[in-house]
Design a protein around this ligand. Structure first.
Ligand code: NAG
Ligand code: NAG
Ligand code: NAG
Ligand code: NAG
Ligand code: NAG
Ligand code: NAG
Ligand code: NAG
Length: 353
């Protein structure tokens, strides 16, 4: 099934450049040369097609093992499939997202340091504080999240409870390949290139100096940005700084000499490596192989990210509604770009370490 591309462009040269190197064709978007208000508007024909695929989900059979030992159990799959077909209303979700966030699109030039010379189309949330001393803050999401990771802290950042708490102008972009920033069609787009683009975005918004918060994949972008733009990036807060246990730590661990905090940390790292990290190695090596099936199976993709979310997120109830909306932030443009970003970032980790 072919979906008509409904992009409009300020200039033909831009249209040619953006369609050649970046692509998304299931939602309406214009990426001009300066920020313009954006509302999510997914093509109804794509939603119809998605529901049809969801309704035709074919089920696996459970093996007698603990739940999540090999992936989400079949009853999770039927629950999400049934909710998606019978209750989930994308257009209601879309209205709520559009009411909640001040969203924009633009395109930026990544500059002479970059291997990408074409304009880079970006989607971002931008909420300005009305406090005159507010600090520009770039908020960078990770996997399997999206710009919506900023949701619960957004209001407190722009409008803190009193004058002694700092206030922020918050910019929360979608990494290309996620949300509504189209994925690059040229290899080599990693965390460093994303950092060039996000720095250009902050400059375009006239935030010459700014601070950054980043988690998960966003923390890799953050590290490059701090190193590449020392005059502009005033401060960074990474919520993803993985310290590996060394030989001494592990010796102390086997001798039961580690503290309760160290034990909890080492146990979690072991759980991650032995039970949860499989997704990472596949996305690092053959993201396309995986994306072929995932692009065609909305429930398969929702379960792919749910397995990880259920394993690593505390104090959050993963209702079918939330699982579906989180997965739609990838599924709408197609999940390959987001999956592939792992391959590019892990190449950079090897290249630069
Ligand atoms: C998935 O199954 C687990 C274990 O039975 C359950 O705790 C969880 O709520 C289920 N999640 C969904 C979305 O159905
Ligand atoms: C640009 O490409 C070169 C050659 O492949 C590579 O060494 C370099 O790391 C790339 N730059 C970025 C920012 O990824
Ligand atoms: C600042 O904006 C908040 C809403 O975000 C509003 O409640 C508050 O009254 C505003 N303060 C001033 C001084 O305008
Ligand atoms: C201001 O708000 C912060 C955050 O809620 C709180 O920790 C702090 O005590 C408050 N300060 C004053 C002076 O009220
Ligand atoms: C940034 O500043 C320039 C020059 O003053 C202005 O033309 C432009 O509109 C500003 N951009 C934004 C997003 O405010
Ligand atoms: C492991 O890390 C600890 C804490 O930083 C340090 O004291 C110890 O020397 C390290 N051991 C090795 C083998 O590097
Ligand atoms: C390890 O040490 C804790 C106290 O630090 C103790 O409660 C526990 O029984 C010890 N476990 C083993 C296997 O020695």
């Amino acid at each position: 099934m072919a979906f008509a591309a409904r992009w409009t462009f300020v200039a033909l040269f831009l249209a040619n450049a953006l369609t050649k190197v970046f692509a998304a064709d299931t939602f309406d978007a214009t990426y001009g040369s300066s920020p313009a208000p954006f509302k999510i508007n997914v093509h109804p024909s794509f939603i119809d097609e998605t529901i049809l695929k969801v309704s035709h989900t074919r089920y696996t059979k459970d093996v007698d093992e603990p739940v999540f030992a090999s992936g989400p159990p079949r009853h999770n799959v039927t629950t999400v499939r049934d909710y998606w077909v019978n209750h989930y209303d994308w257009f209601d979700v879309q209205d709520r997202l559009n009411a909640r966030y001040k969203q924009f699109t633009t395109s930026v030039l990544t500059g002479s340091r970059s291997n990408f010379t074409d304009p880079v189309p970006l989607h971002f949330v931008h909420h300005r504080s009305n406090r005159s001393d507010a600090i520009p803050l770039l908020f960078i999401h990770g996997w399997p999240g999206s710009f919506r990771e900023v949701n619960e802290i957004l209001d407190g950042l722009i409008n803190p409870p009193n004058a002694s708490s700092p206030a922020f102008h918050v910019v929360a972009p979608s990494i290309p390949g996620f949300g509504f920033s189209p994925a690059p069609l040229k290899s080599g787009w990693g965390a460093r290139e994303t950092g060039y683009a996000f720095h250009a975005l902050m400059q375009q918004l006239n935030y010459t100096k700014y601070v950054i918060q980043g988690g998960d994949l966003g923390a890799f972008v953050l590290q490059f940005m701090a190193a590449d733009n020392p005059d502009a990036v005033v401060s960074v807060l990474s919520n993803f700084w993985i310290i590996q246990s060394n030989a001494t730590d592990l010796q102390r661990y086997s001798a039961n000499l580690t503290t309760a905090d160290e034990n909890a940390y080492i146990t979690f790292l072991n759980l991650f490596k032995t039970q949860l990290a499989g997704y990472l190695y596949i996305q690092d090596t053959k993201p396309l192989q995986l994306a072929i099936g995932m692009t065609d199976s909305p429930v398969g993709f929702a379960m792919w990210i749910y397995n990880l979310m259920a394993g690593i997120v505390d104090h959050y109830e993963w209702t079918p509604e939330r699982i579906i909306t989180w997965s739609m932030m990838y599924y709408i443009q197609g999940p390959y770009g987001g999956m592939r970003f792992y391959k590019e970032v892990r190449r950079e980790v090897r290249q630069y370490s």
